[in-house]
Design a protein around this ligand. Structure first.
Ligand SMILES: *Cc1c(COP(=O)(O)O)cnc(C)c1O
Length: 358
């Protein structure tokens, strides 16, 4: 890929910034966005930062029909020195390319996209909220734009990066949620697209999510699609259990999405000399551990919430109450440490954060 000049067209009509106390997730977008196009003749071309605005596509654009699209999610923070800081952005861009590969979308230059993202963040610095727990959510996405009804990879794509200031996931403090185990619907299977961040994986989960919500649960716990026996994920998060002092998370199996938060938690636990294993874990094993009084903590892990403690797990025939519906000590430590590193309040011994220089 040839490095081409980034064109910046500034928005003259700046929007008022939202009240930091009433920020919701992904409802408000900043003044600018990054866009870049792909054609089979030119490769990726015309990188631009332009005013955030609707885009125009023909109804025949392939993304509307066969769902050829991928996305990412990461956050920018203002650290204690007042600088813009990212958390492991290379991991997200690497994963974007893995998703591209799975969805037959041409690869991007991770290095170039990171440099364009940094330019966008510098321009939008005033949009990064600074209150405790807030951040600027970054959503890169790629869609198939060729006008054609052929069931085949598109010849044209558009990559965009949009930014949204987000409030604290826990405005009233971190609190455990209730989860329902999903026995019918499947999120992903081996050989499918579960390891990619691609649109259809999420809309396919809405039925189960609604079922759980109708019964008063916050999220669903997904089981493996083949035997409906092994635990995979919770909602759009990876899952961890602390059983008799050992932390267990399902091993990557070609249907679980490999989270950056998951990876960071495993590394942190190893650094803390906490016993942590990636392996298959069945619902039966979890149930046994619970009855033996050995299930100490459970939590989901992902960029949006960082960690989300599970206080209650609802199965077909019983409800498990975990740690008396209290946030566990280890869950709490992981939350404090990761958010501390992300915002620069704690030292970063792993080199996870990346300052945006300007
Ligand atoms: C994004 C995502 C995660 C968490 O990944 P992070 O990189 O930690 O944000 C977990 N599971 C699914 C299905 C996801 O889409």
């Amino acid at each position: 890929m040839i490095e081409v000049q980034l064109e910046v067209i500034e928005n003259v009509e700046k929007k008022p910034k939202p009240n930091p106390d009433s920020l919701q997730f992904g409802k408000v977008f900043t003044d600018h966005m990054f866009t870049m196009d792909f054609s089979s003749e030119k490769g990726w071309f015309q990188p631009q930062i332009i005013p955030y605005a609707p885009i125009s596509l023909e109804p025949a654009a392939m993304v509307f029909h066969y769902g050829q699209s991928v996305f990412e999610g990461l956050k920018a923070y203002i650290n204690t020195d007042g600088n813009i800081q990212l958390f492991r952005p290379e991991e997200n861009l690497k994963r974007l390319n893995r998703s591209n590969n799975r969805l037959s979308i041409p690869p991007i230059s991770e290095e170039l996209i990171l440099s364009y993202l940094k330019r966008l963040l510098i321009l939008e610095k005033d949009w990064i909220p600074t209150a405790e727990g807030t951040s600027l959510y970054i959503r890169p996405l790629i869609i198939a734009t060729e006008s054609s009804l052929s069931v085949a990879p598109s010849k044209n794509y558009k990559l965009m990066i949009i930014l949204s200031p987000v409030g604290s996931y826990y405005p009233e403090g971190i609190h455990p949620v209730s989860i329902q185990v999903e026995h019918h619907f499947t999120r992903a299977v081996r050989g499918g697209t579960g390891t990619a961040k691609t649109g259809g994986n999420y809309s396919g989960g809405y039925n189960a999510q609604k079922k759980a919500a109708d019964q008063g649960h916050a999220q669903v716990m997904w089981l493996d699609g083949v035997e409906k026996k092994y635990i995979e994920e919770v909602g759009s998060m990876n899952i961890f259990f602390k059983i008799n002092g050992q932390v267990v998370t399902p091993e990557l199996n070609d249907s679980i999405l490999e989270g950056v938060t998951r990876k960071s938690i495993i590394q942190l636990l190893k650094d803390w000399k906490v016993d942590v294993v990636e392996r298959k874990i069945s619902l039966d094993e979890l149930r046994q551990a619970y009855h033996d009084g050995l299930l100490e903590e459970a939590f989901g892990a992902g960029t949006a919430a960082v960690v989300s403690p599970i206080g209650e797990l609802s199965l077909e025939d019983e409800t498990m109450i975990i740690n008396g519906r209290q946030t566990g000590e280890l869950t709490k430590s992981l939350y404090t440490t990761i958010t501390g590193i992300q915002t620069g309040k704690l030292p970063d011994p792993f080199g996870w954060t990346e300052k945006v220089e300007y």
